[in-house]
Design a protein around this ligand. Sequence first.
Ligand code: NAI
Length: 256
Amino acid sequence: MDRFKNKIALITGSSQGIGAACALRLAKDGCDIILNGHKFDERGEKLIADIKDLGRRVTFLEADLSKANAAIKLINDAVEVFGHLDILVNNAGVEKNACFWEVTEEDYDLIMNTNLKGVFFGIQSFVNYCRKNKLPGTVINMSSVHEEIAFPNFAAYCASKGGLMMLTRNLASELAQFNIRINNVAPGAVATPINRDLLDNKEQLEKVLQNIPLKRMGKPEEVAAVVAFLASDDAAYVTGSTYYVDGGLTYHYEEQ
Ligand code: NAI
């Protein structure tokens, strides 16, 4: 498939999990790829080989996206790599499990800075690039079902993803005039390293699955498929939305 012919995508936090699946899916659909993570390692090496096997150009840029300056620089560097940038997937994210009254300022800052502040300034840098060069653009933010539903013991995470929801809605209005679309993808429970504790705890996992109408965890590839749709011209009239990829979890209500 070549629905992304001549398109370049940057996917943040793409060494593993959902980000890696997005990179592979966009590459399969014809996109050249810029990967990102804190540090380049063997996961990045493997992904680069897989993407090259698909016949696409690919590179890896290191950046710690909890810092606004690094997020801004990453966009500038990404533009330099292949000469332009069309699609920005803000996927990097972190969560920490702690009851509200024990959350430290350090953990709060890490979560908000990575999930919201870095994303905010990365998008700002991308928008400045698009405006300066009079180019259209597409932004997809990896949010979570927890932009909408509560998650006890993850207050800072929920606040960051709730903030991302309003950022996307706001920017859809503000950026439409520049032909820049922006949407959120909100995964439910997806089998990735971020959920290692849950996947290792059979009892807890069973409880989680009971609450999901489709009765299973999602696969990273199933999230990536929705990202690819939103990044493509098939979604030309979609902006300011959140697409849930959650097996029905968000609006599920079970009578007791
Ligand atoms: P993951 O932990 O497997 O991958 C996250 C990636 O982001 C890692 O490669 C990590 O190194 C990178 N990252 C974290 N902080 C970074 C920073 N400061 N700078 C650069 N890279 C950084 O997690 P997963 O599951 O693939 O999550 C991806 C996104 O999807 C996150 O935003 C997460 O909040 C969201 N999400 C995941 C769900 C799940 O069930 N797996 C559910 C809902 C949302």
